[in-house]
Design a protein around this ligand. Structure first.
Ligand code: FNR
Length: 364
């Protein structure tokens, strides 16, 4: 059941500590390093207010959007988040059931606790598959072919985490992934090795980054599939333009929820420049710090076509399983509709930057 304390989507985060053990929560909540970008993502929303508008007719309004040809009842997606069985024994299957009930597309993580084939079996929502370029091309290709065969509608290539950056909170909490959290999708593939480097060479630059993906690898992957390939982790307009030139179908503006480069700007702050550079013909999905319908409204106003939910889905899953995830999505959608109604926006298209009021000093 849903605890009576849950009255808004953000309450799932507030209540999460009652349902998730402290070290696990540190792993989920924490960003890389000092959490600077986790904090930045959230703080950015507070610098924008939404201007109320009067006497507008929204009686024919709705939250529908078309994203790269996909019709969506609302602009919410569930983003790729590893190992849902960390917080619920039903894992991703539970989440996907909720998404199906709420017409919410799902981006399944490569690092899920059941295989991509198992996840594709249950009847349900539109599904995209998130992957990383694997150390061996043959493994990348195998993963791609499996996702195609299982019927996923798009490939989301995450590009912003070529090296893993430790979370200081996770280290302090001495968190270790429990034995049931294994990347079953990658069984049999070659894992990344830390190569030995010559004396005086950098363990990071000549070592770990030696096997990092390149533009050539990206172009190769795009050429291997008829599925649309989206690039996740875009934070600069020039990268967005180069990705479009490389044949990418859409981009996900993201800083990995503050889990990669500690000190990366807030995703909301870089979104307008990326939208301005791309114009209107390239779809943008946005993530980072979304905890309420007004956050969704602000991201849409600043250039996103849809948004992806990260941590909030794990919190809702921990609190009340599939019911919690469905309820969280329902709350987010209603909160968005309230903003639309009071700001006089009858459609998602009506939500533009002119609906926002930038405040340098005052925080809401
Ligand atoms: C992630 N994220 C992520 N991204 C990805 O491309 N593949 C993955 O496997 C994961 N795994 C993952 C695990 C956990 C515990 C978290 C918190 C995040 C990043 C995720 O897709 C998204 O970019 C952020 O979570 C968005 O920020 P919010 O909504 O969590 O603030």
């Amino acid at each position: 059941h849903i605890p009576p304390e849950i009255r808004c989507a953000l309450d799932y985060e507030t209540q999460a500590p009652r349902f998730i053990a402290a070290p696990t929560l540190a792993y989920i909540e924490g960003g890389s390093g000092h959490d600077r970008s986790v904090v930045a993502n959230r703080a950015a929303y507070a610098r924008w207010a939404i201007t109320p508008r009067l006497l507008r007719d929204v009686s024919a309004g709705n939250t529908g959007v078309t994203l790269a040809g996909m019709n969506m009842a609302h602009p919410l997606m569930l983003g790729p988040v590893a190992f849902h069985n960390l917080v619920h024994p039903g894992g991703e299957r539970e989440t996907v059931r909720a998404a199906a009930a709420m017409d919410c597309p799902v981006i399944a993580s490569t690092q899920s606790s059941c295989t991509l084939e198992q996840l594709a079996q249950s009847a349900g929502p539109q599904r995209w598959f998130q992957m990383y370029l694997q150390p061996q091309r043959a493994d990348t290709l195998d993963l791609l072919r499996r996702a195609e065969a299982a019927g996923y509608g798009a490939i989301v290539l995450t590009l912003d985490a070529p090296i893993q950056v430790a979370s200081l909170r996770t280290l302090a909490a001495q968190f270790q992934l429990p034995p049931q959290c294994v990347p079953v999708n990658l069984a049999g593939y070659t894992a990344a090795q830390e190569p030995a480097v010559a004396a005086g060479a950098s363990r990071i630059l000549q070592g770990l980054m030696a096997a990092a993906p390149s533009w050539d690898e990206l172009r190769w992957l795009v050429g291997q599939t008829r599925l649309p390939v989206w690039a996740k982790g875009v934070m600069h307009a020039d990268d967005a333009l180069a990705l479009r030139a490389a044949g990418v179908a859409g981009i996900i503006v993201s800083n990995h929820g503050g889990r990669s480069l500690d000190g990366a700007p807030a995703t909301l702050d870089v979104l307008p420049a990326i939208r301005a550079a791309l114009g209107t013909d390239m779809p943008i999905v946005f993530d980072g710090g979304i905890r309420s319908g007004s956050d969704v409204f602000k991201a849409l106003a600043l250039g996103a076509d849809a948004v992806a939910i990260g941590r909030l889905q794990l919190y809702a899953l921990a609190v009340a399983g599939a019911l919690g995830v469905a309820h969280m999505l329902k709350l987010l959608r209603e909160e968005l509709e309230i903003c639309m109604a009071l700001a006089g926006c009858a459609s998602i298209e009506d939500i533009r930057a002119t609906a926002l009021f930038h405040q340098r000093d005052h925080h809401v």
